[in-house]
Design a protein around this ligand. Sequence first.
Ligand SMILES: Cc1cc2nc3c(=O)[nH]c(=O)nc-3n(C[C@H](O)[C@H](O)[C@H](O)COP(=O)(O)OP(=O)(O)OC[C@H]3O[C@@H](n4cnc5c(N)ncnc54)[C@H](O)[C@@H]3O)c2cc1C
Length: 376
Amino acid sequence: MNFESEEHTALRAAVSALGQRHGRGHDREALWAEAAKLGYLGVNLPEEYGGGGGGMAELSLVLEELGAAGCPLLMMVVSPAICGTVIARFGTDEQKRRWLPGLADGSVTMAFGITEPDAGSNSHRITTTARRADDGGWILTGRKVFISGVDIAEATLVVGRTEDARTGRLKPCLFIVPRDTPGFTRSQIDMELHAHEKQFELVLDDVALPADALVGNEDAGLLQLFAGLNPERIMTAAFAIGMGRYALAQAVDYARTRQVWKAPIGAHQAIAHPLAQAHIELELARLMMQKAAALYDAGDDIAAGEAANMAKYAAAEACVKAVDQAVHTLGGNGLTREYGLAALVTAARVARIAPVSREMILNYVSHQSLGLPKSY
Ligand SMILES: Cc1cc2nc3c(=O)[nH]c(=O)nc-3n(C[C@H](O)[C@H](O)[C@H](O)COP(=O)(O)OP(=O)(O)OC[C@H]3O[C@@H](n4cnc5c(N)ncnc54)[C@H](O)[C@@H]3O)c2cc1C
């Protein structure tokens, strides 16, 4: 019996073949262009805007397989998954026509900015604020940090706040900010990461935006935001599972052939068991990711929220452990550039911190799933 549908198995094989052709030393732009041409980047977006008409099940599968081949495309987490989803679900017809075809065919990339220097994990504390301009547009002011890929993205979907006319309280809202808008500046953060995608600190200094920069409805900001965050967690899980699988495969290959006593090192249980454990944990995390994607694609945002958080947690932990064990399995070679595993030690940690840290997921599960009281 096939656990996955025939379509998913075929998609997995095709994406894997693409990934194998590009591999670890890949040219990001060439891979992005080819994946786009084959329809993989917009596989979750509506067909009427050039997408594949699928969902997070398909998009996460694509990212996982590229990662397993050593060439994950980080901007898939952001561009089609968060931005594409939010615009497809909540954008106006005009916004859909303007942005979705490009996001679907990969010719347009969109970054996503929620994190702020003084808010971090506490996104209720963000202070990027939008006020109405006299011409009916918006003036956006604030700062963001650690925003990925702003240099290669035509626009950034920025999470800000507007004032509720009735209560005066600030409520979250999403704005599309094109890269070259005056007052929107970026500076690259010097990260200890070997990745094509860079992280930026952003300053929004009285950025004037047209009225239609606001995505969807001003009063449904929170709902719209959460609709984008579940895909982000599912995709981060896919990113982590792919990377973990890649590291594990390198380690298994090495353990099969490296011989310093009378049998290959993989025959020693001290080497074999942790690799077996890593394999089991990655498989378990993938099951949870598939559950989260299935719930999300079925339209159950609440149940998908819990599953997506759990999948992100499980995948990040499995990835960190798999990478650590892979490095160890290769001995000294685990730290050489030639084998490329040492660089994954930092890359794997990203999945534990972003887009929501391990502790914030444990908090969420403690409160939401178990009903325990809050300490903060
Ligand atoms: C490579 C990379 C790419 C990123 N890309 C993006 C992007 O494209 N867009 C974007 O918006 N953001 C992005 N981020 C930001 C990321 O989402 C944040 O780093 C993350 O949300 C954590 O926020 P922080 O770094 O401010 O940590 P903090 O919030 O300062 O947390 C620091 C530590 O304290 C712990 N902590 C905080 N509060 C609690 C609590 N209540 N209980 C227990 N522990 C707690 C955290 O778990 C963490 O271990 C990226 C980050 C990285 C590293």
